[in-house]
Design a binder for this molecule. Sequence first.
Ligand code: 9WN
Length: 499
Amino acid sequence: MSGRAGYVLRANDRGAFTVASPTLYPHMWSWDAGFVALGIATVSVPRALNELRSLLSGQWATGMIPHILFHSPSDYFPGPERWRTQVAAARPAGVLTSGICQPPIHVIALSRILHDARRKGGADQQLAEEFLRETFDQWLAWHSYLATARDPYSYGLVEIHHGWESGMDDSPRWDAAYANVHPQPDMPPFVRADLAHVADPSQRPSDAEYAKYLWLLEQKVRARYDDAAYRATGDFVMGDVLVSALLAAASDLLADMGEELGIGGGAAGGVEQSRAIARRFRTGVLRSVNPETGLARDLDLRTGAWLDVESAAGFAPLLCGGDDALTRRQRDLLLGPRWCGHSRLRWPVVPSVSPASPAFREQTYWRGPQWPVLNWLMAWALNRSGEPEAANQLRLAGLSQLIDCDFAEYYQPMTGETLGSRDQSWTAAIALDFLAARRPAQRRPVRWLTSELPRITPTQRAAHAAADPAHPARVAGHRRPQGPSTTPQPQVHPQQRPH
Ligand code: 9WN
């Protein structure tokens, strides 16, 4: 398996970067690149670092890392001519990109690469530490972009402007949001290219969903990719718990690595900024948890409504930590009969939506199928939370699922059938990482929270809306009046560092 995974990554290597898959996704995708880099690090630390270096070449002046870097022409749609990022002053020179972002997995990947490099020692260690010194400020700028431009009212949740930004394009997490997305007749016509690359169109989002994806893209262009302008005019403004949890975890790691190498010191330095970002978003994630289900929830920032959908994003608290009792509860839930332990699953691997949920669809994209990278994330989180046995259970099940070495994009959970693209880079990469299995469990209790978040009550949101014409609640109010959320707001109590 490891030989075949290596061949897949080698075949998808275009020199300084890896395409997400050979035909369906012939470009560099942001969060794919993070997983790819950590997998490649098991074989070559320098090549893994180059992957991240290439990705950073597309960073915008705002700090945003775009979700696609278009290094060469292809039939992928929507390509650069549709994104028209030349309207944005902040776009990078020298490489064409999309104009939205994806989950911030990169510094988590970098910490794994550094770990491998230190284990190998010598030139690898030197290269990795040098890379971190060189790029620390760029990673901090990326995280700071998410923490400011995408959380202007300090709610502790990263605001996303498109389902693609969540990485889980058509997840039922976003059904309520997309119900408010209305493509207008002046949207340029389009022809999809993705369906030519899959065996069965029902594995992909529908045409109606695509029209909405393209309409949001159009709204971003019309706002000239200015986040505040989009906030005031765009149809999709959602607080994403998974992105927020990854930001918290990645910010912790950036601070840890900075401290170890003596980078970004001082009270106003990068280490402190990273710690503050981690605290804010961890608190935001924890207070999104529905006490009844034990799952974290996304927040519709236009209406103030928490969204109860049984998607794998509900396990966000497992990724960022902060509440040991909740971590144990989520571990049991994840391994239990609504999730990995569901009796009809071919492999006990995390599905994108609980098979017990009415929203579950067994072969439609992010509506149920199993995505190996999600399983990797859960195993990583369990290891980090001091749950090595549970983590190993997911790792072994994940490897069993990949035994045919197709390295598919996603899997039919009941039959184990491969779906979507084959030879998907990130699937091969996580197989390499799972196979290396060289890392001891690292218990890292994280309890730092903040008491400084404003409460997301109707009153508080009204105050923010009154003060800011671009506040999503105000915009939603103008267009389609919504009742205030009546969901009780869970309280988060700040806790102290345990050691
Ligand atoms: C849109 C590349 C990407 C992944 C996403 C996955 C899919 C793109 C698409 O492929 O999205 O970004 O065209 O469907 O949903 O998570 O990064 O693998």
